[in-house]
Design a protein around this ligand. Structure first.
Ligand code: FAD
Ligand code: NAD
Length: 470
């Protein structure tokens, strides 16, 4: 077997692994990146990017359908038609450009990218299967390293009684439909279920969302989820909360469910999207040989992303929640810097989360309840988009911006927003928290008019008891 050596060996070329490699390259660390599929990982190939592309297609299609004879804007269009194959080709082209861009960046930083599936031999040795194609004789390469960085990501959770197949699909298949089903049942009213469920509905599919908890988006506070609930209702998406899935019906044309009363019923569906969470990909590549400390399926790491074994590091979804691309990237960048000798710790003041529903939700830092639970005495200020001129010109008066700050010194500990286009406020929210801004800092900053951002300033003013436009 041929052998290569490197200072750093990274398994997995998702946002965690490829960013670690880019930073390592910048810092002059000899680095090998092993990726079994395509650079960019879940995020670029079957996650963040393709889902947002599909959501954009659905939004445009839906918007055009709204321009009928009674359009308030005076625009009238003939009923639009959809060529889903072309939509998917457009989405695939974006994915190709971005993953090609990542490959070019890695090349520029002189990273050795090995395409193949890695199998861990020990903390400093990994075997790579270079020819994983069926029927081909395995062609193995051994890589020895000083530092091993694990960035193998996550995979969708399967319901044991309803395994993935032709009719029961995960987000991966839902992002590349050959044709759209007439009726889609979505199991799980979280990120994926609602982002993709809403997109499918806007593309004309009848959608039912089945959620085990008593409401959708249980990860966000109820106030933030409410405008999304309202919009789902307006879109005629049927939400079945407090409902357990039992399995497919015998003829495979429905999902059997059980409500909180115990009564069983069927929900008709041509296809079922199961989106009940993702689990760290920690099995099937010899990780157990390292006997690392684990948190269930997630690799346990400290605030430097060190595992329990010396010079073995882990980042991203493999280390558990929150499973977000920007967290993986930030961890990857940090690990490369630590290996280069920098002093770094992963202690972000906030990891913002954005749900690309209609309307969008952003959360950065602590909610009022979380702040209180953390023993903080806080005040809040909320400003509705109904009083924001820009929101009106965008026909999106639903939603609000909310700020949470300490009562004693007005230090901002949390920002939340729900509304159209609020995902772009995530940058302002995170910066203000990370830079230790107080309510007065935001209230005293001139915010351009007319923008949604004015609601940010007004929320801070309102928390100080002096909002101007409400
Ligand atoms: P991954 O991106 O999962 O990358 C891991 C890589 O490792 C993969 O390419 C895999 O092929 C490779 N690999 C695994 N095992 C081996 C092995 N043994 N040998 C070689 N290679 C291996 N996050 C957001 O922040 N914003 C979003 O809008 C968002 N939308 C999403 C939408 C969907 C539908 C999904 C599924 C996820 C979404 N996420 C989003 C989550 C985001 O994709 C992940 O948090 C992110 O990709 C994690 O990065 P990672 O580097 O840890 O792992
Ligand atoms: P999720 O955790 O967001 O939502 C899963 C939902 O399924 C929850 O509401 C849960 O209560 C429900 N559920 C669990 N078991 C169930 C069952 N048996 N029957 C009915 N409902 C059930 O998970 P997801 O939507 O699969 O997404 C996985 C992860 O991917 C997310 O946690 C997030 O980290 C990442 N992601 C992020 C984004 C984003 O940042 N915009 C988008 C998509 C995915």
């Amino acid at each position: 077997m041929q052998t290569q050596t490197s200072t750093l060996l990274i398994i997995g070329g998702g946002p965690g692994g490829y960013v670690a490699a880019l930073r390592a390259g910048q810092l002059g660390i000899p680095t090998i990146l092993v990726e079994g599929a395509t650079p960019g990982g879940t995020c670029l190939n079957i996650g963040c990017i393709p889902s947002k592309a599909l959501i954009h297609v659905a939004d445009q299609f839906h918007r055009l359908q709204g321009y009928g004879a009674d359009s308030a804007l005076g625009i009238q269009v003939q009923a639009p038609t959809l060529d889903i194959a072309q939509s998917i080709a457009w989405k695939d082209d974006i994915v190709k450009r971005l993953t090609g861009g990542v490959a070019a960046l890695l090349k520029k930083q002189k990273i050795t990218v090995i395409q193949g599936w890695a199998r861990i031999v020990d903390g400093k040795t990994v075997d790579v299967d270079l020819a994983p194609a069926k029927g081909k004789r395995a062609e193995m390469l051994r890589v020895r390293c000083e530092h091993l960085l694990l960035a193998t990501g996550s995979e969708p959770v399967e319901l044991p009684f309803m395994p993935f197949g032709k009719q029961v699909i995960s987000s991966t298949e839902a992002l590349s439909p050959k044709k759209l089903p007439k009726r889609l049942a979505v199991v799980g009213g979280g990120y994926i279920g609602l982002e993709l469920g809403t997109a499918y509905r806007k593309l004309g599919v009848e959608v039912d969302v089945i959620e085990a908890q008593d409401r959708i988006l249980p990860g966000y506070d109820a106030q933030l989820a409410r405008p999304v609930q309202k919009s789902l209702k307006a879109l005629s998406v049927s939400v079945h909360a407090d409902t357990r899935v039992l399995g497919l019906s015998e003829d495979g044309k429905a999902v059997r469910v059980q409500g909180s009363t115990g009564a069983e019923r069927s929900i008709a569906a041509d296809q079922v999207l199961v989106a009940v969470g993702r689990r760290p990909r920690s099995r099937g590549f010899g990780l157990s040989t390292l006997a690392l400390d684990m948190n269930g399926l997630a690799v346990r790491v400290d605030d430097r992303c060190r595992t329990s074994m010396h010079n073995v590091w882990a980042i991203g979804d493999l280390t558990g929640e929150p499973m977000l691309a920007h967290r993986a990237m930030a961890q990857g960048e940090m690990v490369a810097e630590i290996i280069a000798g920098h002093t770094r710790r992963f202690v972000p003041a906030s990891i913002p989360s954005v749900c690309f529903t209609d309307p969008e939700i952003v959360a950065a830092g602590l909610s009022p309840e979380q702040a209180t639970q953390a023993g903080l005495d806080v005040i809040e200020g909320e400003f509705p988009f109904a009083a924001n001129g820009r929101a009106m010109t965008l026909e999106s008066p639903d939603g609000f911006v909310r700020v949470v700050a300490r009562r004693d010194n007005h230090l901002i500990v949390g920002w939340h927003a729900v509304g159209q286009g609020v995902s772009e406020l995530a940058a302002a929210f995170s910066q203000s928290i990370e830079m230790g801004a107080c309510l007065e800092d935001i209230a005293g900053t001139i915010h351009a008019h007319p923008t949604l951002g004015e609601a940010v300033q007004e929320a801070a003013l309102r928390a100080l008891g002096r909002a101007l436009h409400i």
